[in-house]
Design a protein around this ligand. Structure first.
Ligand code: FAD
Length: 369
C-alpha cells in the first residue's frame, strides 16, 4: 500500500510521523516543489526575520532512515484519479495506492505593486530579512497575522514600519472589535504606523500612495493580504482547483485520495497538523475523529496571542486581566455560549483551561452569580 504525498510541509510531515509512530512501515514518497526538506513556517515571520534559524522538522537523513523518499524541487502538475497516477512537472508519472494532497497555500500577490514581496516560504523569509537589513522603511499591506508579525519583527530590527489595512481594524476576519482595538494600541505603542480603512492606490517608487491621497514611505513592501489553496494543479482531476473539500477523515470524493492542511482551507498550524494526523488515522483504519474548534497562535511585540473557537460575530467579555495590560483572557459569548477565547500574554497551559470553557453554557451563569 504505497502512499504518495504531494506537498512536503506540516500536514505531510505530521501524517508520516503518526504512521511511523504506529509502526506502519508502508513505503512513502513525498513530492515537493521546494528544494529543502520539510520545515515549519511560523518562525519565518517571527524570530526568522531577526536572525537565521533552522526550522526543519527533522535532521538530515531522518526521512531516508524512516523509509520516506523525498522527491524535492519538482512540482506535481496533474492528477489522473481513475488510473491513480500523479504526473510531475518533469514528465515523470508516479503511481499510488493512496494519495495525500498536502500542497498548502500560495500567498496572494499585491495587485499594481509588482515589487511587493510575500512571506510564505524560507526563501521569502531570507529575502525579506535581507531587505530589512539593507535599510529603509517597510510598508506592510494587510493587517493579518503574517503582516502584523512581520511588522513587529521589523520594529525589533529598528525599521520604520507602516501597516495599511482596508478593513476598519486589524485582524478583522478573525477577531472581534475589542481585540482589534487592543491590537491597534499594541502596535502603535511599539511605533508602528497603522492605517486602517484605506487602500493602496499606486506605487510611487519610494512610497505607496493611498486612496485618501496620503503617502506612506516604502523602500520595501510586504503583501500580507492572505493566501489561496495551492490546488491549481488539480484542474481536470475531479477535485476543485480552488480548494479541496474533505470529510472528517480527510477523504476527498475520489477513491484513495485524501487532503489535509491549507489546501483544504484550514489556514492555521494546528488544523494542518491535525489534518495530517487524521489522514494517517484513516490510513491505519482508525475511527474518524470529531472535528476540533479552530485555533491559532501569534507572537507580536513579545506578546503571545492564542485563540480557540470562532470569535466572529459574538460579544466580548474580559475573563481575566484587563485590556490595558498585555495579559488578559477575552471570552466571546453568543446566545449564552462561550464560542471563543482569546488569550494575550498567557502561558500555553491557560489555553487548555480556555478550551474547556468553550460551549459551556454554565460558564456564563457561574460567572454572573
Ligand atoms: P505548507 O506548510 O504550505 O506545505 C505545502 C508544501 O507543498 C509547500 O512546500 C509547497 O511549496 C508545496 N507545494 C505546493 N504546490 C505543490 C505542487 N503542485 N507540487 C509539489 N509541492 C507543492 N499558523 C499558526 O497557527 N500560528 C502561527 O504563528 C503561524 N505563523 C505562520 C507564519 C508564516 C510565515 C506562514 C507562511 C504560516 C504561518 N502559520 C501559522 C500557518 C501554518 O504554518 C500553515 O497553516 C501550515 O504551514 C500549513 O501546512 P500545510 O502542510 O498545509 O502547507
Amino acid at each position: 500500500m504505497e502512499l504518495l504525498i504531494v506537498g512536503g510541509g506540516l500536514a505531510a510531515q505530521r501524517c508520516i510521523e503518526v504512521l511511523r509512530a504506529a509502526g506502519d512501515d508502508r513505503p512513502v514518497t513525498v513530492v515537493c516543489d521546494e528544494s529543502v526538506r520539510p520545515y515549519d513556517r511560523p518562525p519565518l515571520s517571527k524570530e526568522g526575520l531577526l536572525g537565521p534559524v533552522d526550522t526543519s522538522f527533522r535532521p538530515e537523513g531522518w526521512h531516508a532512515h524512516h523509509g520516506v523518499e523525498l522527491r524535492l524541487g519538482v512540482a506535481a502538475s496533474a492528477l489522473d484519479a481513475a488510473r491513480r497516477i500523479v504526473t510531475l512537472a518533469d514528465g515523470e508519472r508516479l503511481r499510488y495506492d493512496a494519495l495525500l494532497i498536502a500542497t498548502g497555500a500560495r500567498a496572494r500577490a499585491l495587485p499594481g505593486v509588482p515589487r511587493a514581496q510575500v512571506l510564505r516560504d524560507r526563501f521569502d523569509g531570507e529575502r525579506l530579512r535581507e531587505a530589512l537589513l539593507a535599510g529603509g522603511p517597510l510598508a506592510v499591506v494587510g493587517a493579518g497575522l503574517i503582516g502584523l508579525e512581520a511588522a513587529a519583527a521589523a520594529r525589533a530590527l529598528g525599521v520604520e514600519v507602516s501597516v495599511i489595512e482596508a478593513a476598519p481594524r486589524p485582524l478583522a476576519g478573525i477577531l472581534g472589535p475589542r481585540a482589534g482595538a487592543w491590537i491597534t494600541a499594541l502596535h502603535r505603542a511599539e511605533g508602528v504606523v497603522l492605517r486602517t480603512g484605506v487602500t493602496v492606490e499606486r506605487d510611487r517608487g519610494d512610497a505607496l500612495e493611498l486612496a485618501d491621497g496620503t503617502r506612506v514611505p516604502a523602500a520595501n513592501v510586504l503583501a500580507g493580504i492572505g493566501v489561496a489553496p495551492a490546488a491549481a494543479w488539480l484542474a481536470g482531476s475531479g477535485l476543485d482547483p480552488s480548494g479541496v473539500a474533505v470529510d472528517d477523515a480527510g477523504r476527498t470524493g475520489l477513491p484513495g485520495v485524501y487532503a489535509a492542511g491549507d489546501v483544504s482551507g484550514s489556514g492555521h498550524w494546528e488544523a494542518a497538523a491535525r489534518g495530517g494526523a487524521t489522514v494517517a488515522g484513516a490510513l491505519l483504519g482508525r475511527a474518524d475523529r470529531a472535528p476540533a474548534p479552530p485555533s491559532f497562535w501569534s507572537d507580536q511585540h513579545g506578546v503571545r496571542l492564542q485563540c480557540v473557537g470562532d470569535p466572529r460575530g459574538s460579544a466580548e467579555h474580559i475573563a481575566h486581566g484587563d485590556l490595558a495590560s498585555r495579559c488578559f483572557e477575552l471570552d466571546h459569548h453568543l446566545d449564552g455560549r462561550t464560542t471563543a477565547v482569546l488569550l494575550a500574554g498567557r502561558p500555553p497551559s491557560a489555553l487548555r483551561t480556555a478550551r474547556a470553557r468553550l460551549h459551556t453554557i454554565e460558564t456564563i451563569t457561574r460567572r454572573a452569580a
